[in-house]
Design a binder for this molecule. Structure first.
Ligand code: PEP
Ligand code: MG
Length: 587
């Protein structure tokens, strides 16, 4: 049994057989075979190994003829490895003694060698590990056939393990079969992590190097509460996790029963709790959990899920579905936030352009550069706004000029729609996200012109602290409790109050229970959280008084180190609602 620690990004606990992506690319469907077929399975292994040897020998001939003997020698070394009697014997022994399937046994043996080579302390040899991985792939291809496992075509439940998953790969996960996922890289608020929350799949990221410790088909527990994965758990550990799963389900049921109770503080202040969504079907999840509306609809996922550019009708249909499902509750549609880690297939060039894509042509900057793209989306939003309470929000606004340009495009779009003679609603609120420090610093000026603010703490933290939100190497520096963040939020709230415009917090900070008293104390009366967190966020609000929240915020503002603010807030949360949390379920 091996325990690995990473960053918990989507709560819940699940276990199942591992499907390793990235290095394996093949799915190992069976870990064991029955005793009576062992000889047949060994024969299958032998013919697969022979086929691999033939394939490599052919490569050796080709490389030697075309490129010279020295290149052929690379394959000669591979051939030597695969035809080594010791390797064959090791795999056979695992099949005979442990009843492992040839695929599982081979994967285990190759991975053991990969690991040994990686840890010899010699850089040149460590690089040879990729040769062994390549041999493993060749053998698995022979044993399993050509078929590469498509994440979207799964047929049995598995735990997905990968070096990394892009947001579009994550969006394509078949939720009914993916019990959990874990990746070597990734950060707390990377879009892959946010999606895991949206799909409600327990997930751990930023685990560091672990794929060579595991083979496809091995049993794995993903503990999305504590940020751990457990490889090959023993019976006792497995039983403990089954029990945790049960208790969590009963806690969720208890909260679900209270979902219709309004989120109002004990002294009668209403704090609206909205939901963040990426897909139209999530409106239902928000409603089931008692959300007051949709505070952030990340529309770029329309692009990330598709191979072709969505037409105006595709946008319109998606927005109408959201409006219909929201049943008159407000919906804030954010215009495209493409770029950085959210790159659709047709826009791969964006990823290559700059060294720092998070500082590059992303988000509203991209929309302003590609006006047909921007206008298509805006037309669809104004048309859908006929059917419900729709609002528009521009992401990543950094300067007043950018805001004014975006508003000008809105003017053009309204004229187009007028000319076309279609039904549309021109009178809808238009606001902006405050997620760039420059915008927070100029909040008073912006507040003169916008209809509302929504504070995007995910990017605000990244840009204020200069910490890549998806890089585990700097994740300890990424902290929503940093005094600089508290000050920026306070500035934005004060500017909004002064000009009498609404202000929401929609970054992950608003799903983090310990931050709720602080935000309420800073004057936030609207929160937009990930759907899973909504019942608990509402529960915390119902345990609060504004007076206490203001004291907590005032005290937090006097602390000068993020870590101390964090532990203070955590302590206060426990005092405010001790009954809400099971001691063993960390927040
Ligand atoms: C944010 O930056 O806080 C935000 C809500 O936007 P996203 O996470 O989509 O970048
Ligand atoms: Mg953002």
């Amino acid at each position: 049994m091996l325990v690995k620690r990473g960053i918990a990004v989507s709560p819940g606990v699940n276990f199942g057989p591992a499907l390793i992506l990235g290095t394996e690319d093949f799915r190992i469907p069976r870990q064991f075979v029955s005793v009576n077929v062992i000889e047949t399975e060994i024969a299958r292994l032998k013919s697969a190994l022979d086929a691999v040897c033939e394939e490599i020998a052919e490569n050796e001939r080709l490389a030697s003829d075309k490129l010279g003997e020295q290149y052929g020698a690379i394959f000669a070394a591979h051939l030597q490895m695969v035809s080594s009697p010791r390797l064959r014997e090791e795999i056979e022994t695992l099949i005979r003694e442990k009843c492992y399937s040839p695929e599982h046994a081979s994967s285990r043996v190759f991975r053991r060698y990969t690991k040994l080579v990686q840890h010899l302390g010699d850089n040149y040899l460590a690089e040879r590990a990729s040769d062994i991985i390549d041999l493993e792939k060749r053998l698995l291809k022979q044993l399993l056939g050509e078929k590469r496992e498509e994440l979207s075509n799964l047929t049995t439940p598995i735990i997905v393990l990968a070096n990394n998953l892009t947001p579009s790969e994550t969006a394509g996960l078949a939720k009914e079969f993916v019990l959990g996922f874990a990746t070597e890289v990734g950060g707390r608020t990377s879009h892959t992590s946010i999606l895991a929350g949206a799909l409600e799949i327990p997930a751990v990221v930023g685990l560091g190097d672990f794929l060579s410790d595991i083979s496809g088909g091995d049993m794995v527990i993903v503990d999305g509460n504590n940020g751990e994965i457990i490889i090959d758990p023993d019976e006792e550990t497995l039983a403990k996790y089954k029990d945790t799963g049960e208790r969590q389900r009963s806690m969720a049921a208890r909260l679900a029963a209270r979902r219709k109770i309004r989120s109002e503080t004990k002294d009668g202040t209403r704090i609206h709790v909205m939901g963040n969504i990426e897909f139209p079907n999530e409106v239902e999840h928000c409603r089931e959990r008692g959300a007051d509306g949709i505070g952030l609809y990340r529309t770029e996922f329309l692009y990330l899920q598709s191979n072709t550019e969505p037409t105006e009708e595709v946008h319109y249909d998606a927005y109408c579905r959201v409006v219909q499902a929201a049943k008159n509750r407000p919906i804030v549609i954010r215009t495209l936030d493409l770029g950085a880690d959210k790159i659709p297939r047709g826009y791969r060039h964006l990823a290559k352009e700059g060294m720092n894509p998070a500082l590059g042509l992303r988000s509203v900057r991209l929309s302003l550069r590609d006006l047909p793209l921007f206008k298509t989306q805006l037309r669809a939003i104004f048309r859908a706004a006929v059917h419900g309470d729709v609002r528009i929000m521009f992401p990543l606004i950094s300067t007043l000029l950018e805001w004014r340009q975006a508003k000008m495009i809105v003017g053009d779009v309204l004229e187009d729609l007028e000319e076309r003679g279609v039904d549309f609603n021109p009178n809808i609120p238009i606001g902006m996200m405050v997620e760039v420090p420059a915008a927070a610093l100029l909040a008073e000026e912006f507040a003169e012109e916008v209809d509302f603010f929504s504070i995007g703490t995910n990017d605000l933290i990244q840009y204020t602290l200069a910490v890549d939100r998806s890089d585990p190497a700097v994740s300890p520096l990424y902290n929503s409790s940093d005094p600089s963040i508290l000050r920026l939020i306070k500035m934005v709230v004060e500017a909004a109050h002064k000009k009498n415009i609404p202000v929401t917090v929609c970054g992950q900070m608003s799903s983090d229970l310990k931050s709720i008293p602080l935000l309420a104390g800073l004057g936030i009366r609207q929160i937009s959280a990930t759907p899973l967190a909504i019942p608990e966020v509402k529960e915390v609000i119902r345990h609060l008084t504004i007076e206490r929240a203001e004291e907590i915020a005032a005290h937090a503002m006097t602390i000068d180190v993020a870590r101390d603010v964090e532990s203070y807030l955590r302590g206060e949360l426990y005092k405010i609602c001790p009954d809400l949390f099971d001691e063993e379920l960390p927040l």
